[in-house]
Design a protein around this ligand. Structure first.
Ligand code: ACO
Length: 430
């Protein structure tokens, strides 16, 4: 196919915009030289219509509700793959064969311990510290033990840092939780697999034997797989943006964790449960009253777990989780009133013109929290669980960005609308 170009004309001038062609999905009009040629920039708040990268990792068709990693459908991966296999797929670009997988997962298994000095770091936080603050701080802090691995152009350093981060994240997450409940930190047990090890560190005590329930381990595996990557979302764009300054992988991931914490992004999973609980706790609240608040233009309240920048159809991850939530709740023998309220809320919203017109559907956060809750995770750990799942995606995107010769430091332009040429007035004269 001949190279396609778009023409842009304004102020009597014509500008040629070469088109970057995709394998599938939207093409991209290259505007990189527009400012040099015309003196003007494009304006796109939230970069909702701007591609910051060409990527081979994840494909989303938001209108059709399709999500694929390296060409594999999320439904297929969630049903059949382990989280570590998906992490390998994202990082390396292909599914591992048996020997590759065994060698790699053994490598991850061997790096689960934190440097003992990190204990003092956890001790220093107040008991009420949100585990997301501890997670991002600890991710930055472990960079101080690996300063020889900070050069982004060193591929071997990346591979080893990625294994270390993947291996240590469950230990950090579990210790953040133990800190919050005033219980002793549990050390990793390398006889267990990735998810089992995490569960044992979360829930075991020195005083009692802890057996990992295979139903819970499987559910956590599915949840991690469903969160593993999601192309250029807010936290991934943050990881890429920080990494574009050649900051090290640990620092870039730490920044991604902070971006994920926000309630409009990964923090929504905690907010969904708080919203559902508020309906149970308040006799005057109901699914209908929540919907009415969400629709009220004078009320900043939004229906948490609903709507998505990219999906204008049911989020395929939410679809998997909705039916999976039924199975998990039944398997662990829990009848959760919040699940019934969630289904009622979803039904009411999906029949409401406001939500229909704006194409607002449940996103991944709407049902994930209900499953985490059934598995006994405290609400404040939900976004940490999301971060653990998203880690391979962040690292794969960081690697892709670092290896891409067209990468430049992320530095958007602005349109200045403030005052100019004012004269300084001494403080006593103001
Ligand atoms: N409740 C009520 N109204 C909503 C909601 C919601 N959850 N989401 C969007 N809308 C409305 C907006 O008010 C807007 O209405 P308007 O056209 O009358 O002004 C319209 O739908 C479009 O919304 P935008 O804010 O422009 O959409 P955007 O793509 O910028 O935001 C977002 C997407 C942040 C996810 C938004 O839908 C939201 O706030 N949802 C609730 C928080 C949430 O669940 N976040 C998790 C997202 S998934 C993830 O990050 C893992």
């Amino acid at each position: 196919m001949a190279d396609r170009h778009a023409q842009l004309s304004f102020d009597g001038n014509e500008y040629d915009l070469p088109i970057v062609e995709p394998t599938i999905g939207n093409a991209g009009l290259t505007i990189a030289k527009l400012r040099a040629d015309s003196g003007d920039v494009t304006y796109d708040p939230g970069f909702a219509n701007t591609a910051g990268a060409q990527s081979t990792i994840t494909y989303i068709d938001g209108a059709a509700g399709i999500l694929q990693h390296r060409g594999y459908a999320i439904e297929d991966l969630a049903a059949n793959a382990t989280f570590l296999e998906v992490a390998y797929l994202l990082l390396v670009g292909k599914l591992p064969n048996k020997a590759e997988f065994e060698a790699w997962s053994e490598d991850v298994r061997m790096h689960t311990l934190l440097n003992e000095e990190m204990k003092r770091f956890f001790d220093a936080f107040p008991k009420r510290a949100h585990p997301m603050a501890i997670l991002s701080s600890a991710t930055n802090a472990i960079s101080t033990f690996y300063e020889d691995y900070h050069d982004p152009s060193n591929a071997k350093a990346f591979d080893e840092s990625a294994v270390r981060l993947l291996a240590k994240m469950p230990t950090i997450a579990a210790w953040a939780y133990k800190k919050s409940i005033g219980m002793p930190y549990s050390y990793p047990n390398n006889d267990l697999d990735y998810v089992e090890n995490f569960l044992a560190m979360m829930f075991s005590l020195p005083t009692a034997r802890y057996e990992v329930d295979p139903v819970i381990a499987k559910a956590v595996n599915v949840l991690f797989v469903l969160h593993a990557d999601h192309e250029q979302n807010c936290s991934t764009a943050t990881v890429r943006g920080v990494g574009s300054s050649q900051a090290n992988l640990f620092a870039s991931v730490g920044a991604g964790i902070d971006a994920l914490w926000g309630p409009l992004h990964g923090g929504a999973n905690q907010r969904v449960i708080e919203m559902l609980q508020s309906i149970v706790d308040d006799p005057d609240a109901s699914a209908k009253s929540m919907i009415a608040r969400a629709k009220d233009p004078n009320d900043p309240f939004r229906l948490m777990g609903f709507g998505h920048r990219v999906y204008k159809n049911y989020d395929p991850r939410a679809r998997v989780l909705r039916s999976y939530a039924d199975d998990v709740l039944a398997a662990v023998g829990i009848k959760d009133p919040l699940f019934d309220i969630a289904k009622e809320l979803e039904q009411t919203a999906l029949e409401d013109d406001y939500f229909v017109e704006r194409k607002l559907f449940p996103n991944v956060d709407f049902y994930s929290g209900l499953i985490f809750r059934a598995l006994d995770f405290p609400t404040r750990m939900f976004t940490v669980l999301f971060a653990m799942g998203r880690l391979p995606g962040w690292m794969a995107q960081w690697k892709e960005m670092t290896e891409d010769p067209s990468t430049r430091i992320m530095r958007p332009r602005q349109i200045y609308i403030g005052d100019i040429d004012k004269e300084y007035v001494p403080i006593e004269e103001r």
